[in-house]
Design a protein around this ligand. Structure first.
Ligand SMILES: [Ca+2]
Ligand SMILES: [Ca+2]
Length: 206
């Protein structure tokens, strides 16, 4: 019995030190607002030890993400961008190149891959019809640039067939589309509402 107790303590100790080592690798975020000290100082010029720099009741992260000035009243247009990692099948919402949120996506298959490169959102529509695939694409945002002709590729919610059948969320996290970038219910609308036309979209393998 005593031996078992020592074993438990040893395993618990290893786990504790494992977590400590992991925490040491993570960037320091003294005020716990989700933005590292280094990013607060060099990118957003906010107070790294005060989550709500201007004391208006909204933390810095919330203000920056939603386009408000974290250092005072009013709005401030930080630079929003969308980054899609086709290897990990993840989409990130970035502000001044700092990742703020991420969602699993489904990009194109090997036969019909999603183009990689730097693009821009050129149009948005709440519900678009794909003549090629014969399906509806809710929360459609068309991105275009070199390798992505106008009206060909977009970011949108899981598609729906005219019968009303909707693509299952189980396809998220792996390539399954005809080249578009599919998002789940909820995340597609959140991204649609957050993204202005003109937003840069970067698609890469890593
Ligand atoms: Ca912080
Ligand atoms: Ca604030």
């Amino acid at each position: 019995m005593k031996k078992c107790l020592w074993l438990l303590l040893a395993v618990g100790g290893m786990s504790f030190f494992g977590q400590a080592a992991k925490a040491a690798d993570a960037p320091v975020d003294a005020d716990g607002d989700g933005i590292s000290d280094a990013q607060e100082i060099s990118v957003f010029h906010t107070d790294p030890v005060r989550a709500d720099t201007d004391g208006d009741g909204y933390d810095d992260r919330t203000e920056i993400f939603n386009g408000y000035d974290p250092n005072g009243p009013g709005r401030r247009a930080f630079s929003k961008s969308i980054f899609i990692n086709v290897s990990k099948q993840v989409l990130e919402q970035r502000v001044n190149d700092v990742p703020f949120a991420s969602f699993p996506v489904s990009t194109g298959t090997l036969r019909r891959p999603t183009p990689q490169g730097n693009f821009k959102i050129i149009a948005k529509t709440p519900r678009a019809w794909s003549r090629v695939a014969g399906l509806w694409m809710p929360h459609w945002m068309n991105f275009s640039g070199v390798g992505a002709p106008i009206s060909r590729f977009g970011i949108h919610e899981l598609p729906e067939w005219p019968s009303g059948k909707k693509e299952g969320a189980s396809s998220l996290g792996k390539p399954a589309s005809h080249g578009c970038v599919r998002l789940g219910i909820g995340s597609a609308k959140a991204l649609y509402d957050w993204t202005p036309v003109g937003t840069v979209v970067v698609i890469a393998k890593q």
